[in-house]
Design a protein around this ligand. Structure first.
Ligand code: FAD
Length: 289
């Protein structure tokens, strides 16, 4: 199919882009187009205006300020994939991003696009949720910061106003030596995950877990932080029994069933993948003094 008619705008600056989004009715942002173009062609979205952010270099960057890392919304996934700073400070992102589509889609696809498309099984919103990331959103009214947990309002619906543009993602990196694990099950390499699990662990003296973050993608409408699993882990000595009990909790949650998988099978995948991701994060962690 072909997209519906729309008026095309290509701002030279974010300021100009925000002004357009502030005055145009029924406008949508075009980033890498890896989701929006199929959505347009299938007439799932019918915007009257497309505001093309490609070429806005000011939104394409990876910056570090102490333990805070900021990634511009128009940063290509491929650039994040090969960024040494990300591999060093946030290895969970480096591991997860390789599961996003194919290298061809990652060449064009952006961080902001993946966050705003907000597919329930998308890897980047899942790791943003695991990392307690913040989303910086801009409009003609100024900037605001939305915690990732609030950004994912509902199924494929980011909590932004129609005239707002995601400008950047901000994360605080975990301590050096933290463990990370990312596991997903997809029908084919490059497909969206049926279920994906992301884990971060900080381990202290005596192999006791000091800090944990566990999140599951593909199981519900938005990425799901497993607070109950994290409470179970923190303060306990690591070990296979603990990880099995924690993984079992991941099988005891609401799950969606659809053409791709039954709810039961998704729960089974959540348990198996969580067990693997926890063991992987433990193996990779360097116990802190
Ligand atoms: P676009 O498609 O340009 O935009 C996506 C949506 O976000 C649109 O609604 C757009 O208006 C909005 N938007 C974009 N940027 C902003 C912004 N800065 N502010 C406000 N709104 C914005 N994705 C995965 O996560 N995992 C996969 O495994 C995966 N596999 C894929 C396989 C194929 C073959 C293809 C074609 C796509 C696949 N995708 C996958 C989807 C795709 O890679 C991402 O959703 C995509 O990267 C989105 O980024 P984009 O820059 O292309 O966004």
């Amino acid at each position: 199919m072909k997209p519906p008619p729309f008026k095309y705008h290509k701002p030279d600056s974010l300021e100009e882009g925000l002004a357009l989004m502030g005055e145009l009715e029924n406008a949508k942002i075009l980033a890498g187009g890896q989701s929006l173009m199929p959505m347009l062609n299938m007439r799932f979205v019918l915007p009257d205006h497309l505001v093309d952010l490609n070429g806005l270099e000011e939104l394409s960057y990876i910056r570090q300020d102490g333990a805070t890392i900021e990634i511009g919304a128009m940063t290509r996934q491929r650039d994040i994939e090969f960024a040494e700073m990300i591999a060093d400070q946030c290895p969970l992102i480096s591991e997860a991003i390789r599961h996003v589509g194919h290298r061809q889609t990652r060449n064009r696809g952006t961080l902001g696009g993946s966050l705003c498309h907000l597919d329930p099984a998308a890897e980047l919103p899942l790791v943003a949720c695991t990392l307690d990331a913040e989303i910086i959103v801009a409009s003609v009214r100024g900037n605001r910061v939305i915690p990732m947990v609030d950004f994912a309002a509902s199924y494929m619906t980011p909590a932004i106003e129609p005239d707002e543009v995601v400008a950047a993602l901000r994360i605080r990196s975990w301590s050096e030596g933290h463990g990370f694990g990312f596991e997903e099950f997809a029908r084919r390499q490059g497909d969206f995950a049926i279920v994906a699990v992301a884990v971060l662990l900080e381990i202290g003296a005596g192999d006791v877990i000091r800090r944990a973050a566990v999140a599951i993608g593909g199981i519900g409408a938005t990425p799901l932080r497993m607070a109950g699993v994290e409470e179970k882990l923190v303060g306990e000595r690591t070990g296979p029994e603990l990880f099995q009990e924690a993984a079992q909790l991941c099988a005891e949650i609401e799950a969606i069933g659809d053409v791709h998988s039954s709810a039961d099978y998704r729960r089974h995948l959540a348990k198996v993948l969580a067990g693997r991701a926890l063991s992987k994060a433990h193996r990779r962690a360097t116990p802190l003094p």
